[in-house]
Design a protein around this ligand. Structure first.
Ligand code: CMC
Length: 428
């Protein structure tokens, strides 16, 4: 039986179809509401609005579940590697052994960036925030790779997708090197994706560099955890930018700009800054009071989520990875970790957080982990962008390949002045 919702507005009553997905809440399809009643729906922040159909990622926020193409995040993070996750997100299935080696080979062969891009970097100040450099450089890729900007050609779409996944770590590492004033390090194709990235960040021409396999595996797992998260703010930005037919490089640059904000990907940087500001366990009660004081506007960064009203499943894996990395790097007593653990303990037993279902999110432990790996705080969100690129590009591709997709064009509730006549300046 087809389900529908009855909506009455004034003297008009209309039936709107209800659509069901494979799992998750049903949606009321209100696409014809305006045509049939003259009314819009109003949902700033999209609290109750599904903006698209997607078969990529599923989140059950109440149960704390995250699935990529149906596979639980913990299984992928435990048993797979990041490029396997990339294949899964992009193509819909885990690769066979032959598909995996072909995919790895193709990504690896795209890791170098156009040599002229190195000169493009010189235009930035050395002390520019790495996210500002990333927005500029990724947007500039459209100026370098003209043969993969025709979005109506499936082959070009796939080439752009592979380029994006492959070149993002190279650009991120170049951004880091430029920032610290060291020479760029070219990719080395006999290394796996994440080891290659670590080498491009930390190797210098005057010394041999050996990748630590434990750190590489930990970072690879962090990439898996961040690879996609359905219709979050940056992904929705990528989709909206792409809905006009803009090229994929421009769309991903838009996604990076959105990710930068502290309510989104910038939270890992903000969380570490907060832990440093708190400094010691003794200062936690005063900080918690500030967070609870509505006139203060301080938030516990790395806590809370629009969708998760339970422990973020990524945060659990992140906490485990954090302990592994600290042990490997010989960080015995990190005061920031002590503060984080105690903050989490207090927050999870405090009525304010319990009532609002505020739990640690993925960003709570990622900062401490990335810091222990040697990354400066300003690079944290860049690492998030490296990982999320596959999610953005998979969602963009899904949208372009959906025959029913349209330009995104929300409407508004206008609250400005009604029509009025122009007054000459002498009469104002
Ligand atoms: N600390 C203190 N109070 C909070 C927090 C927090 N981190 N998050 C939400 N609240 C309170 C908020 O004040 C509100 O209280 P009240 O009902 O009394 O007004 C209530 O909880 C609901 O908050 P909201 O702002 O309506 O929730 P939202 O779904 O719009 O916001 C969020 C979600 C992630 C933006 C928010 O929880 C937040 O700002 N968290 C800190 C930033 C952060 O860690 N972001 C990373 C998110 S996960 C990774 C990613 O997406 O990139």
């Amino acid at each position: 039986m087809t389900k529908s919702a009855t909506i009455s507005i004034g003297d008009k009553t209309v039936e709107m179809p209800i659509k069901s997905g494979t799992i998750g809440p049903d949606v009321v399809d209100i696409a014809k509401l305006y045509a049939q009643t003259g009314a819009f729906t109003y949902d700033p922040g999209f609290l109750s609005t599904a903006s698209c159909e997607s078969s990529i990622t599923y989140i059950d926020g109440d149960a704390g579940v995250l699935l990529y193409r149906g596979y639980p995040i913990d299984q992928l993070a435990e048993h797979g590697d990041f490029l396997e996750t990339c294949h899964l997100l992009l193509h819909g299935e885990l690769p066979t052994a032959t598909q995996k080696s072909d995919f790895d080979y193709r990504v690896t062969r795209h890791t170098m960036v156009h040599e002229q891009m190195a000169r493009f970097f010189q235009g930035f100040r050395r002390d520019a925030h790495p996210m500002a450099v990333m927005v500029g450089c990724v947007g500039a890729m459209a100026a370098f790779y003209h043969d993969s900007t025709d979005i109506s050609d499936p082959h070009q779409r796939m080439v752009a997708s592979m380029r994006m996944i492959a070149k993002m770590p190279t650009l991120a590492a170049m951004t880091y090197k430029y920032n610290v004033g060291q020479p760029f390090v070219y990719p080395k194709n006999d290394l796996d994706y994440t080891s290659n990235f670590l080498r491009m960040c930390y190797a210098v021409p005057c010394e041999d560099y050996k990748v630590n396999p434990i750190i590489s595996r930990a970072l690879d797992r962090i990439f898996i955890l961040h690879a996609d998260h359905e219709q979050n703010a940056s992904t929705s930005t990528v989709r909206l930018a792409g809905s006009s037919g803009a090229n994929p490089f421009a769309c991903i640059a838009a996604g990076i700009a959105c990710l930068w904000g502290p309510a989104h990907g910038g939270a890992n940087e903000a969380a570490l800054a907060m832990l440093a500001e708190i400094g010691t366990v003794d200062n936690i009660p005063a900080f918690i009071s500030k967070v609870k004081d509505k006139s203060d506007h301080t938030r516990l960064m790395g806590f809370g989520h629009r969708v998760y009203k339970n422990y973020d499943p990524r945060a659990k894996l992140m906490q485990k990875t954090c302990h592994e990395v600290l042990a490997e790097m010989g960080v015995k007593d990190d005061p920031l970790l002590d503060v984080a653990l105690e903050l989490e303990r207090i927050a999870l037993s405090d009525e304010y957080f319990i009532e609002r279902k505020l739990y640690p999110n993925v960003d709570f432990y990622s900062g401490i982990t990335l810091k222990a790996m040697g990354f400066p705080v300003s690079m944290f969100t860049v690492l998030f962008a490296v990982a999320r690129t596959v999610g953005w590009i998979s969602q963009w591709k899904e949208m372009i390949e959906d025959p029913s997709s349209k330009i995104g064009r929300p409407r508004q509730l206008y609250t400005g002045s009604p029509r009025r006549d122009y007054t000459p300046i002498s009469k104002r």
